[in-house]
Design a protein around this ligand. Structure first.
Ligand SMILES: C[S@@+](CC[C@H](N)C(=O)[O-])C[C@H]1O[C@@H](n2cnc3c(N)ncnc32)[C@H](O)[C@@H]1O
Length: 223
């Protein structure tokens, strides 16, 4: 489960209150804890055994992590693998990505994520192509070109291993943001990935094809 210790100095924007304020401001529903077994367990197949439950990324964490990426949004697709109710998709859509995709295997969560996207409204987006794909992350293939993939500790075991191998074969430049990286060994030990930012609660990787240098370091005085 994606619970992580809240480091000191992360009170603003990192708790449930900030999530509730975000939901109230934009008329969406993203602040929740939802156990998949209570939703559609029979529809999810074998991957359910390796899935974490739904919990959203704390609001402020996204901006911090994006500051460490090495790929310009104009050139890239942003993909949240295990997007849940779509908070990260909404936040990413405010940046000028070529495309933003949320991949989620629970149909029930996908439905709410799509409603959230509609409520959030096109006026707030700088990306014109934003979509929720109802699919198992292990079967999803990235579109061609540069990509930033986001993972908030969504799955582990063979599902994570399959996803890491698929990401490793991506022919374009790739950044992977891994929040609450409980399975980070799969990336750390893979010859394709190198770390661009390391943090007690998240790691940002790039594939070795990526040429650009990190935009900034994740380490802050609050760490
Ligand atoms: C911790 S939540 C993260 C939600 C969102 N990414 C965020 O950061 O706000 C993990 C999500 O991954 C989804 N998930 C788990 N295994 C999956 C799989 N194999 N394919 C697609 N989604 C999956 C869960 O249903 C859950 O919604």
């Amino acid at each position: 489960m994606p619970k992580h210790k809240k480091p000191k100095g992360r009170a603003r924007g990192s708790g449930r209150r900030a999530g509730q304020r975000f939901d109230a401001e934009f008329g969406v529903t993203t602040e929740a804890t939802i156990f998949l077994g209570e939703l559609d367990p029979y529809a999810l197949g074998g991957s359910l055994d390796y899935a974490t439950h739904y919990d959203p990324t704390p609001i402020d964490d996204f901006e911090k992590l994006m500051a460490a990426t090495t790929i310009a949004p104009q050139d890239a697709t942003f993909v949240d693998l295990g997007c849940g109710l779509g908070r990260i998709v909404l936040l990413a859509s405010r940046r000028p990505f070529r495309q933003v995709v949320g991949v989620e295997f629970s149909r029930a969560l996908c439905e709410v994520a799509r409603e959230n996207l509609e409520r959030f409204g096109a006026a707030r987006r700088r990306c014109r192509d934003v979509r929720i794909v109802c699919d198992d992350a292990k079967d999803y293939r990235l579109p061609r070109g540069a990509a930033i993939v986001y993972l908030f500790n969504p799955f582990h075991g063979p599902v994570l291993a399959t996803v890491v191998e698929a990401l490793a074969t991506h022919p374009g430049d790739l950044n992977v943001i891994y929040h609450t990286p409980l399975g980070r060994a799969a990336f750390d030990q893979h010859a394709t990935f190198e770390i661009v930012a390391d943090h007690p609660w998240a790691v940002v990787y790039r594939n070795k094809r990526s040429g650009a240098r990190p935009a900034s370091s994740l380490r802050t005085s609050a760490d």
